[in-house]
Design a protein around this ligand. Sequence first.
Ligand code: AMP
Ligand code: GLY
Length: 427
Amino acid sequence: MKILIIGSGGREHALVWKIKQSPLVDEVFCIPGNGGIAQVAECVSIDQSDFEALVEFAQDKSIDLTVVGPEVPLVDGIVDVFDKKGLKVFGPSSEAARLEGSKSFAKEIMKKYGVPTGGASLFDNYAEAVSYLEGLKPPYVIKADGLAAGKGVFIAKTLEEAKAAVKSCLVDKQFGLAGELILIEECLEGPELSILAFSDGKDVLPMVPAQDYKRAYDNDEGLNTGGMGSYSPVPIVTPSLYTDIVKTILEPMITGLASEGIEYKGVIYAGLMITEDGPKVLEFNVRFGDPETQAIIPRLKSDIIEPMLACVEGDLSEVKLDWTEEPCVTVVLASGGYPGDYNTGYEIKGLDEVSVMDGVTVFHAGTKLKDRKIVTSGGRVLNVSALGKDFAQARDRAYAAIDKIHFEDMHYRKDIALRAIKTGGKV
Ligand code: AMP
Ligand code: GLY
């Protein structure tokens, strides 16, 4: 088979890496890819939003399956366009992708089908939103309804901050159309985790749980980022909690959407908080998580193309996933200054040495090939993933690899997966 992957991050490198291992696969293409992906697949520079050009490429190369990484093309309807042309594509339709594209739509479905989540009220008027806020106690949770590249969620400690967040959405229109409707949500408390599952629109096939780290610095300080690290599994997820999440959250979402006439195919990602009243949904994403995927995929022993094809073809019920018991720890190496301003174009050294280390895989994100050298080209540069017999070994391997990697101003968190060791460690 010939496979095309759309995207350019660490998530897509992990998918390309795994897809390449499938006995079903002969050739892998990536649009646009990055410096690491270019070493294992043919990268082609086409605008990800130009669906007609992507279709033309897929037809030209006789691509058998296209896998879409990021949410924006999914929400914008890439799957609908490929479907119309009879091209196989892994991911939800634009209608199903509203689960991520509109937080109010996701709430509506959760409410209708009894899926546990925080209560929320909707506002498009500044004065009404502020008067509602005045009746609440801090902290306040304010979310832009639409896609805002991870920047549309505000947890405000004071009323002043909350009002400023509402103003930035409804008055200043910082997020354009995506922020013209906001949710003011009940503030939940508890540990967070992510569970991703394959779905063919009828059945769900859950993956192992993962934990990501959103803040830039150790001890969850600093600004929110696209993700600074992850690990899998998550020791607080007992078998009964896992079953509870599948039965009360993932399955009812898919069957609920189906009874609305929406067939959800692809990966459904539930961002959860484990509250005193049990697991509740913070958000849904309609794709693989980044950097969760970089900690989940190395643990998958079975083929990845089989469940992907089964999602597309609607026969997922027969598919099983086989996972290694070994935990995986992923540390993101970022450009100094990220998520604020940073410089790029620095040469990355040490990758050859790391490539032979036991259990270690480096997935590239913001890198490119320049004069036969790998140089930095983005905020999040590399993901160093390591498997180990336990969390301590996986962590040691990841950080030992990082010691050998160097680029100017390199920044990373030193506390990734420490929590997993403290909360039990054993898988
Ligand atoms: P989201 O993009 O919706 O996952 O939100 C980003 C982050 O904001 C989450 O990872 C949580 O840490 C926090 N958050 C979102 N919703 C809530 C909520 N209802 N209560 C408390 N924290 C929240
Ligand atoms: N790790 C969060 C996300 O992929 O949206």
